[in-house]
Structures are given as C-alpha cells and as structure tokens.
Design a protein around this ligand. Structure first.
Ligand code: CA
Ligand code: CA
Length: 209
C-alpha cells in the first residue's frame, strides 16, 4: 500500500468499535471496505501523588487507655490526579477523595516488618482486601518509629494504583506501656542496713521490648 494514508480520529468512547478501511491506489482505484474491530478499555489505575512522609505523635485513647492516632488517607495526598476513565477518552476526572485508601506496614506480630503481603491486609496483587480511608497508628508503630505507608487510588472502573511513603510515629507523651515500664527502671542499690552501695552492676533478665 503505497501513496497516501489518511486517517481522522475523533475521541472514541470506551467500548467496542470498528474501523472501516478503504484503500486507494495511485490510479484512484478503491478497494473494498474492510472493517477492523477494536475495543477501548480502561485497565489502568492512576497512581496518586504522595507526600514524602508525615509525622505524628500518639495520644492516649480515652476508651482503651492505649496510645493511638488516626490519620486520613487524604492526609498523605500531595495533589489531585486525573484519570481518563470518563465516558469519552480524553475527558479527565480527578479521583475523588473518597476513593483514596491507606495501608500501613504491619507484620505477623502486628509490628511493621518492611514487607508488603497478607499481614498488611493485601491480596496477591498488592491491593487492600478491606480498603480503609484512614489508618490508626499505635504503640507498635512507635516502637518502629518510621512505618511504611501505601496510599491507594481506585478509579471508577475499579483499577488500583498506589504510591509509597511513610509515617514517623513518636510517643513523645509516653502514653505507651512499654515506654512507661522502661522509664520506671532505676533506683538505688542499698545493703540490708540501707547503706548505699556504689559501683554495683545490675543485670536485667527477660525480654525488653
Ligand atoms: Ca483508569
Ligand atoms: Ca508488612
């Protein structure tokens, strides 16, 4: 097929279409029309844009007495992202805030392990099984201090994508039990007659978390 190739494309909607092709040779002879079927599908999630880390400090939960802090998925969102998932390709819509989800790194013992897997509530594709729009950091996270976080988007067609960031979780107000326990270790060493003894080494046994 030499000569000219002409094509004109209007934005096509998502779905099944056909392209009708007629070929003209250099002498002006036209071929029979040939239909080429094709479909337009949106199988692509649009990755969100994450802030490079957030930090927070735990509060004492008045109900449980535990240290905790809730953070919204959208707190990790640095800016909106648009997705070509509308009725017509080329029309973009921002992913709405209620389709942002957040997952924190956890592990078999509830402590971040640096691996993304089923312990984090993810399926084999790395998608949250029970998507949540907020996450609660707790004393286990304060032990790790820097906890990996994934911010997810889901487009209207159910395509997922994510960016990775982290949260710095501190227990500055010492609301966590382990911090309180370690702070209580100390005191004076005395003899049976209550005389102070200096230069005594004290060995602790058992697990210190
Ligand atoms: Ca999409
Ligand atoms: Ca994990």
């Amino acid at each position: 097929m030499g000569g000219n190739r002409h094509g004109r494309c209007q934005p096509a909607s998502i779905g099944d279409h056909k392209l009708t092709v007629i070929v003209r040779d250099d002498c002006g002879n036209l071929s029979l029309a040939k239909d080429i079927p094709f479909s337009i599908k949106d199988t692509n999630g649009i990755a969100p844009i994450c802030y490079h880390g957030l930090s927070t400090d735990l509060m004492k939960d008045p109900d449980t007495g535990e240290g905790a802090m809730a953070v919204w998925a959208t707190d990790f969102k640095a800016s909106d992202v648009a997705d070509c998932n509308a009725k017509t390709v080329g029309v973009k819509e921002n992913i709405p805030d209620n389709q942002y989800y957040v997952v924190k790194d956890s592990g078999a013992d509830g402590i971040a392990d640096g691996v993304w897997d089923s312990h984090d509530g993810l399926n084999e594709a790395g998608i949250p099984i029970e998507p949540a729009t907020s996450v609660i950091f707790d004393c286990d996270d304060a032990k790790v201090t820097q906890v990996a976080v994934r911010l997810y988007t889901k487009d209207v067609l159910g395509n997922w994508a994510w960016c990775e960031t982290y949260a710095i979780v501190t227990d500055g107000r010492k609301v966590c039990p382990s911090a309180a326990a370690s702070a209580a270790i100390g005191g004076a060493i005395t003899t049976e007659n209550k005389e102070s003894v200096e230069g005594v080494e004290v060995a602790l046994s058992g697990q210190v978390r």
